[in-house]
Each structure stands twice: as C-alpha cells, then as structure tokens.
Design a protein around this ligand. Structure first.
Ligand code: NAD
Length: 339
C-alpha cells in the first residue's frame, strides 16, 4: 500500500524500512508534522502514518478523506489526538499500536524517579566541572516509600512490578482495578487518599476529556508536602501552571516529565539556537528539582522494532480486508473510559 509517513525522523525511517522488508509497502517519508497546513501532502495516498504530535482534527481528516486516504495508521498507542467521531463519519479506518513495550515506558519512569530522588542530574554536571562536594545532593531511600500509581494498565502494572523490587509500598487508582496489580500488594484507594498518602505520584492513564488536567490546583493541594510527581503518559493530564505554583511553594518537591501539554511545538526538534517562547515550559526548566525529557520514554530499540512491525502489520491487515489488531473505534474509547 502507498503510505505517506508524516513526522519522519531518521530513526523512524531506519526501523520502518527494516520491518518493511517483510511487508513490502510503498513508504514515502515526509519530515513535516501532519497539520492543517501540511495535510495536502498526503493527496492520493490511501494510507497515512502518523505519530504522537500530528494533528488529526476534523478539518485534517476531511482533507485527507477528500484526497483519497482511507487508513490512518498511528505508530503509537495513544489516540487522544484523533477526532474519532469525524473519522467514523468519513469512513476512515484508524489503527494504533496498543502495546509495543510497556517495559520501555515503565523503565524510563523509574529512571526519572531514581534520578530525581538521588539528584543524579545535578551530580553529573557538578563532577564534570570538578566540583566533588556533596552539599545539596542529599537524596532519599526509594525503599519503603509510598508510591501512588494512577492507571494500572500495561505500563502502570510494569511500574508496580519494578517498584515492588525496590521495596516500595504501592497505592493505586484505576477505574478498572487490575487483579495482577493487587497480587503484587498494590492497594486500590480513592484518588484523594492516593494524593494524601503518596510520597511519589506517577501517571499511567490515557488522556481523555474525563482525565484532562487530572492533576490540577486542587489535586496538588491534597498531596503531601515535598511530593514527587511523574508524568510519562500525556502532557495534558497535568495543569502545568498549577504544577509550577506547586514547585514554587515547595509543595511539589520534585517533578519528572516526559510529556508536556504544549509539546507539539517543542519536542522532536533541535531548538537549541532559538529562544523558547513558552513561558510556562521555560519556567519549569529553571527549577533544580525538575527533569524533563522530550517524549522519549518509548524510545528503545526493542520498542521501535515492535512499533514499526505492528504498524505495518496493521496496514497489511487493512489492505487484505481483515480486522487489524490495533483497530480504534469510538466503541474502544468508551471501553477505555468506562473501565
Ligand atoms: P493501558 O490502556 O494499558 O492502561 C491505561 C489504564 O488507565 C487502564 O487500566 C484504564 O482502566 C485506566 N484508566 C482509564 N481511564 C481512567 C480514569 N479516568 N482514571 C483512572 N484510570 C483510568 O495503557 P498503557 O499502555 O499502560 O498506557 C498508559 C499511558 O502511557 C497512555 O497515556 C499512553 O498514551 C502513555 N504512553 C506514553 C509513552 C511515552 O513515550 N511517554 C509511550 C506509550 C504510552
């Protein structure tokens, strides 16, 4: 199938081309993000392949459909950026990669926790400058800390497994409790109780209208003083302004982010010679107790191989008239949100 691959970076090309030896699709790699301005590049392509920060609103989908596109293949698991109602009305099929490597994201999450807890980001810079003093680097034992995991699906469960190994106490909140998490000793509680009792709060749930700004002023107010907050899921789960206020007051003691609600104009670009115009993001970068990575939790060799393979498998299934494993429908959204 002819596929227009948007938001292509060299590594996407490498992994997709390698996987495509098995599938034989005609992949055309395009660097730009898919937006209202760039969607005409897909004219005549029956399939379009996109990533996390591509825009798939009703206007873009209508333009794609008018220009002959029938399949949207997301090479990611999240589908919060797709107007699924519009896609259905336009008879556009949407597929995603529901699970490629929960371990990759879970390990990055724990990496952020460890780095913040032991101030490794500060120590790294200090030692390189010949400063071997320990003042200001005092950390805490992860052992016996209480970690609140919000969303205990594939990634949240893996985080729980790893943290059990560290000897953490685990609280959980999920609209559908996971018996596998309970078997690890995680105790499900209401969100308020989780906020009030957790030393570390980590988010592993999808972004939906009901979860938008789940971490807001009120949530921060309920948290323990000095709490560590980690978000490797989707940026808009967190109200960034509320979090900046929490950092300034000391209520939030450490913040680890792999996602940011306005990341589309920042992440995946080298902006090192430009002035960042987003004042909230720029303010977050000034705190010594904040680590931000640019949506890279998924970025391991194993995960990239799986994403490429499953994306192309979805495209082949669609081409052959079969039901792709990663089919996304508004029914599946309702299933996720009511779980
Ligand atoms: P999953 O579907 O396996 O698990 C999500 C869990 O959230 C489910 O158990 C579900 O019941 C729960 N949930 C849904 N609505 C909820 C609500 N309102 N309140 C509480 N819990 C709710 O998903 P996953 O694969 O574990 O992914 C989790 C998150 O990680 C998603 O947001 C995804 O987009 C994100 N993600 C990020 C990266 C990255 O590179 N940073 C990579 C992959 C996935």
């Amino acid at each position: 199938m002819r596929v227009a691959v948007f938001s292509t970076r060299p590594y996407d090309k490498t992994f997709l081309l390698a996987a495509n030896e098995e599938f034989g699709h005609e992949l055309v790699f395009l660097e730009p993000r898919l937006t209202r301005e760039t969607c005409r590049l897909a004219e005549g392509f029956p399939a379009v392949c996109t990533f996390v920060n591509d825009e798939l609103d009703a206007f873009v989908l209508l333009t794609l459909a008018k220009n002959g596109t029938r399949l949207i293949a997301l090479r990611c698991s999240g589908f919060n950026h797709v107007d699924l109602r519009a896609a259905e009305q336009l008879e556009l099929t949407v597929v995603r990669v529901p699970a490629y490597s929960p371990a990759a994201v879970a390990e990055h999450t724990v990496g952020l926790i460890l780095a913040l807890g032991r101030k490794i980001h500060k120590a790294y810079n200090r030692v390189r400058e010949g400063n071997f003093a320990l003042d200001g680097l005092l950390g805490f034992d992860l052992h016996a800390q209480c970690v609140g995991i919000i969303g205990t699906g594939k990634i949240g469960l893996h985080v729980a497994r790893v943290l059990v190994g560290f000897g953490c106490r685990l609280l959980g909140y999920d609209v559908q409790p996971n018996p596998q998490a309970e078997a690890l000793g995680l105790r499900y509680v209401e969100l308020e109780e989780l906020f009030e009792n957790s030393d570390i709060v980590t988010l592993h749930l999808p972004l939906m209208p009901t979860t938008y700004h789940l971490i807001n002023e009120e949530a921060v107010a309920r948290m323990k003083r000095g709490v560590m907050l980690i978000n490797t899921s989707r940026g808009a789960l967190v109200n960034s302004r509320a979090v900046v206020r929490g950092l300034k007051s000391g209520k939030i003691g450490a913040l680890g982010l792999d996602v940011y609600e306005e990341e589309a104009d920042l992440f995946y670009e080298d902006l090192s010679d430009r002035v960042i115009q987003d004042d909230v993001f720029a303010r977050m970068l000034t705190f010594p107790n904040v680590i931000i990575t640019a949506h890279q939790a998924f970025f391991t060799r194993g995960a990239m191989e799986a994403i490429a393979r499953e994306t192309l498998r979805n495209i082949t299934a669609f081409e052959q008239g079969l039901t792709p494993l990663g089919l996304v429908t508004s029914e599946s959204v309702r299933a996720v949100s009511s779980r």
